[in-house]
Design a protein around this ligand. Structure first.
Ligand SMILES: C[S@@+](CC[C@H](N)C(=O)[O-])C[C@H]1O[C@@H](n2cnc3c(N)ncnc32)[C@H](O)[C@@H]1O
Length: 282
């Protein structure tokens, strides 16, 4: 039988020669997945033999990863705020910044309204990660997750059923018509300027274009959200939205009309202004 250590080094070499990033860590994740263990568990006994079936599974996963797929697509899941979410081709892999957006939104809501019941919209929901995170952080909140792509919505529905405790509804849609009123809207829209997209990392290009492409200046969907959110919010309700590095000043400008009483930018863990906040009058 092939040992775990031998298989790990075979996988790492395959990934290295394919130019995958972090080949060692990826090989560890894939071996753990093939063995049904946590990432570091197989390393505790590197000499242990791997069954032929698990070896075949590992090599199949390693070849998929070597073909340039994001690791989370190969595994079929992604950990977001400690929640294991289903992801795969057709939906964006949640990013760490979006965990911050989710926490910011929950913190602001608690600060303004306490921990009581609240109606929240996760607009541009993708996998429904923000909705699931908010439902976990705010046990009395009811969350509506709206997503334009039918393919992505299927992931949101699955994740809502697994993590929403019956408090998340996932809807197909691309605007705010007929929705609300909400106490808060969280949004992570596509915000990458279209011209930048061809130069993105190959793995990112495996993710859906509709999740990335924010039009010419990256602000097409951001602009629509800023314009239409006030009508979907209760008086005094707020919008918290993730934007690209460098876009916060333009996004804040969009929240400067008479509908908005207050606005601010918040930094991400890299010290960059990545989240804009606007609170409506009332
Ligand atoms: C940047 S991704 C964010 C996905 C998820 N919220 C996350 O943080 O991982 C943007 C998502 O918005 C969806 N989308 C794009 N335009 C939209 C629109 N007008 N209305 C609703 N969803 C839209 C895309 O399909 C994609 O799933």
């Amino acid at each position: 039988m092939t040992s775990r250590a031998e298989l790990l080094s075979r996988g790492r070499e395959l990934l290295e020669s394919a130019g995958s990033q972090e080949p060692e860590a990826c090989a560890q994740w894939l071996l753990a997945s093939a063995l049904g263990m946590g990432r570091l568990e197989p390393l505790a006994e590197p000499g242990a033999g791997v069954s032929p079936a698990a070896e075949r599974t590992f090599m199949r996963l390693a070849r998929k990863k070597a073909s340039g797929l994001p690791l989370s697509y190969v595994l079929g899941w992604h950990d977001f705020m400690g929640l294991r979410l289903k992801v795969g081709p057709g939906v964006l892999v949640p990013r760490p910044e979006t965990e911050e957006l989710t926490e910011l939104c929950a913190r602001l809501l608690k600060g303004q309204r306490g921990a009581g019941p609240a109606d929240i919209l996760d607009f541009c929901a993708g996998s429904g990660c923000v909705a699931a995170g908010l439902a976990a952080l705010l046990p009395l909140a009811r969350v509506t997750a709206v997503e334009k792509s039918a393919r992505a919505l299927r992931y949101a529905e699955t994740n809502a059923a697994a993590h929403g405790g019956g408090r998340i509804r996932a809807l197909l849609g691309d605007n705010f018509r007929g929705l609300g009123p909400f106490d808060a809207i969280a949004a992570n829209p596509p915000y990458i300027p279209a011209g930048v997209i061809p130069g993105l990392d190959q793995e990112v290009l495996k993710e859906p274009r509709v999740a990335l492409d924010g039009g010419g200046d990256g602000l097409k969907v951001v602009r629509m959200i800023a314009a239409d959110a006030p009508a979907a919010l209760r008086p005094g309700g707020f919008l918290a939205m993730e934007v690209c590095d460098g876009q916060a000043p333009a996004a804040l400008e969009l929240l400067s009309g008479p509908a908005w009483a207050e606005r601010a930018a918040y930094k991400d863990f890299n010290g960059k202004d990545r989240f804009v906040y606007g609170r409506t009058n009332g």
